[in-house]
Design a protein around this ligand. Structure first.
Ligand code: TUI
Length: 314
C-alpha cells in the first residue's frame, strides 16, 4: 500500500487526485473518485456559483469521503464560486490558471485546505508564504491550460522551493508515472485524462472514443498568441484554430472562434467545432472502467516498481 503525508492530511486512502476538468468533472465523477479512495474534485470551470453548489450537493449525497472543488481563476464567476465553496465547506479547494492570493484567507477561515496549481517556482514560494496546505505542480504535458515547464523539470524545482507536500500532475496515467512522480519528490499525483475514460465520467461518448483511439502525437497546443495556451486533441478544429492564430486573425475573432468550443466537445461531441482538451497521455488510456478501478490499478502498478527500484543500486 502506498501512503504519504497527503493521505493523512486529507483523510484519503490513496494519494491520487482527479483533475478539475472544466465542463467534465461534476459531482458524480468526484463522488466516484472519492469513494474509490482518491480525492474527487468538482470543476467550477466557467460555471456560476449555483451550478457548483448543486454539484457539491450531488457529490455529498453519494459519498461521505472528502471532496474538492477546482476554481478556474480566469472565470468571470470565480469570486462567486469562492464564496460558495466556503459556505458549503468543501474539504479542499484547488485553483488553476491564475493567482488565488485574494481568496486564501477567507478559505482558510472557513477551514478549507487550499491546494493551488502552480506552474512556476515563484508562485510556489508565494503560495507557501500565504498558507497553502500543499501544491500541485502541473507540467505542460497536461490537458487544458498549460504552463511552460514539463512535469519532469517542474516537480523537483517546486519540491526544492517549498516545505509543503507536492502533488505531481501532467503526463501521468499509469503506475510508472506514479512511481516516477514519487521519485521526483512528489507525495501524490493528479490525473485528468485517465479519468476521462471512467464509467462515471459523463463526457459525450464521442469524446471518450477519441481519447481511447488517440495515438502518441495526437495532442497539440493552441492559444499561445492570446496568452492562454491550451492542449487539446489535434482535431480539424484545433488545426484550423492554429492556422488562424498564426495567419494573423484579429484577437477578438480568434477569441470568438474558441469560445464555446469546450462545451461543444463535452456535451455534443461536436467533431467539427468542439475543442477536445486532453493531456499527452491520451494514447495510454486504453479502456473504460470504474473510477475506483482506475485508482486501484494505477496504485497496484506503482507498488512493485517502487519496491524493485533498489535493483539499480549495485
Ligand atoms: O487550469 C488548468 N487547466 C485548465 S483551465 C481550463 S478552462 C480554459 N478554457 C479556455 C482557455 C483557458 C482556460 C482548461 N484547463 N490547469 C492548472 C494550471 N494553472 N496550469 C497552469 C496554471 C497556472 C498558470 C499561471 C497557475 C498559476 C499561474 O499564475 C499566473 C500568475 O498570475 O502569476
Amino acid at each position: 500500500m502506498i501512503k504519504s503525508e497527503i493521505c493523512e492530511m486529507l483523510g484519503i486512502r490513496y494519494p491520487v487526485f482527479q483533475g478539475g476538468m472544466a465542463w467534465i468533472a461534476d459531482g458524480k465523477l468526484a463522488a466516484a473518485v472519492s469513494n474509490g479512495g482518491g480525492l474527487g474534485i468538482i470543476a467550477a470551470g466557467n460555471a456560476p456559483g449555483d451550478y457548483v453548489r448543486e454539484q457539491i450537493r450531488i457529490a455529498r449525497a453519494s459519498t461521505a469521503a472528502p471532496i474538492g472543488v477546482n476554481i478556474m481563476l480566469m472565470s468571470p464567476f470565480s469570486s462567486e464560486v469562492a464564496q460558495v465553496v466556503a459556505e458549503e465547506r468543501v474539504e479542499v479547494v484547488t485553483t488553476g490558471a491564475g493567482n488565488p492570493s485574494k481568496y486564501m484567507q477567507s478559505w482558510q477561515e472557513a477551514g478549507i485546505r487550499v491546494i493551488p496549481v502552480v506552474a512556476s517556482v515563484a508562485m510556489a514560494k508565494l503560495m507557501t508564504r500565504l498558507g497553502a496546505s500543499a501544491l500541485i505542480a502541473e507540467g505542460g504535458e497536461s490537458g487544458g491550460h498549460v504552463g511552460e515547464l514539463t512535469t519532469m523539470v517542474l516537480v523537483p524545482q517546486i519540491c526544492d522551493a517549498t516545505t509543503l507536500p507536492v502533488i505531481a500532475a501532467g503526463g501521468i496515467a499509469d503506475g510508472r508515472g506514479v512511481a516516477a512522480a514519487l521519485m521526483l519528490g512528489a507525495c501524490g499525483v493528479q490525473m485528468g485524462t485517465r479519468f476521462l475514460s471512467a464509467e462515471e465520467c459523463s463526457v459525450h461518448p464521442k469524446y471518450k472514443e477519441k481519447i481511447l483511439k488517440a495515438t502518441d502525437l495526437c495532442t497539440m497546443v493552441t492559444g499561445k498568441r492570446l496568452g492562454h495556451p491550451v492542449r487539446s486533441l489535434r482535431t480539424q478544429f484545433a488545426r484550423e484554430y492554429a492556422k488562424a492564430e498564426y495567419g494573423g486573425m484579429p484577437d477578438e475573432e480568434l477569441e470568438a472562434l474558441g469560445s464555446g468550443a469546450l462545451r461543444l466537445a463535452v456535451q455534443e461531441g461536436d467533431e467539427r467545432q468542439g475543442c477536445f482538451l486532453s493531456g499527452q497521455v491520451a494514447a495510454m488510456v486504453k479502456k473504460e472502467q470504474p473510477a475506483a478501478a482506475i485508482i486501484k490499478e494505477v496504485m497496484e502498478e506503482a507498488e512493485p516498481l517502487l519496491l524493485g527500484a533498489s535493483k539499480w543500486v549495485k
